[in-house]
Design a protein around this ligand. Sequence first.
Ligand SMILES: [Zn+2]
Length: 434
Amino acid sequence: MRLYSGFIVNPLENTGGNVCVLEYIPEGAIVVGDYGQIEFVGTRIDALHEFEGVPEEAFGDAMILPGLVDTHVHLPQYEAAAIGTGELLDWLNTYIFPLEARFADEEYAHLRSQRFFYDAVRLGTTTMSVYCSSHRRATDIAFEAAFHAGLRVCMGKTMMDFGAPENILHSSEKNIADSLALAKAWSGAGSGRLLYTLTPRFAGSCSRELLKQTGEVARTEGFRIQTHLSENPAELRYIAELFPEHASYTDVYHAYGILTDKTIMAHSIYLSPQEKMLLKAHHCSIAHCPCSNRFLQSGVMALRQMLTEGFRIGLGTDVAGGPSLSVLNEAKEAAESSKTWNILHRGEEMPAISAEESLWLATLGGAQALGLDDIVGNFRVGKEADFIVCQPDEALPQHSSFQEPAQRLARLVYGASPNVVQKTVVQGKVVYAG
Ligand SMILES: [Zn+2]
């Protein structure tokens, strides 16, 4: 058992509108039990009284926050972070598909996977929803790396059977068989930290047969699903040409059983009211990726509207569509992107997302979007102890006269640099210490 004291920031509720509640305990503490569960959240004084003799790790006025949740990211693309020009489809062909093909090499896959997870925990990420390459063995290697890095993943082999170079395509039968074998090997491993997710890349690289089999397996086995939806105008035209029999992009997924309450859709920028209704009816969640949406010139998602409409939304770095693995940076961009939406839609403005709401999305919001909020996402007795300790650096003036808790949090979000994370803990175990 261990007592961690510091400035506790605890996301509580978010009604989607303007009500977002974060609890701040400036001289606070959490107590973590021997099995990595949270035993106490409250003031340091009360913790010391109730847990007398328990060793204390004191962080002074450093912030202790729930671990960051990255709801959408591509492991094999990490090397291309910040590289490339152009929009989604050209960028995939020019930079990404050749890079993903390299994961056929096991040694390469091993080194890249290790580096990816090390950098993620260094930036405070404790949970990630990850697309691996299309190779079964490379996905195995990625699970091994995640196991050793100690973080929590929902992860799967990217399934494709057309629309990409031959060397990264597999038949629909092999895609499903490989996914089932990987799920059997890894689901629930690492004390429940590793979870398998069926990962059809998007309707533009999955045949009707592959989509159908994915939907069937998800239904019979209860799998999670992650895929892309409505990201970029050229992609929308491509999907409409491929599936002329369907009313919309979302309807393609609906027809093949891809829309479930365990499905997370990345991007979802250009949805019609009918498409939103379909997603809502099936309780799908959304990975909002503002950095990627701008890097690839895809668009600006109406985040406030989607939250108000009751969607479960988390943040995704979408590396390498997004140039950074930092979820704190993504939180800053979520706030700024919602302002950009207002600028582009004068007359329809809605309140922009605050730094507090962004942090909520980066933690409890992400956990909800991945269906993990009964386990992680905030500090509650009985949940698993996934948390980070952040010491805001001097990128912004920390000795400013603005010292309200929400103002301190805003400086942390807006001054996000790789150096702010001092410690990353998953299930009560330290996975990174700076
Ligand atoms: Zn993506």
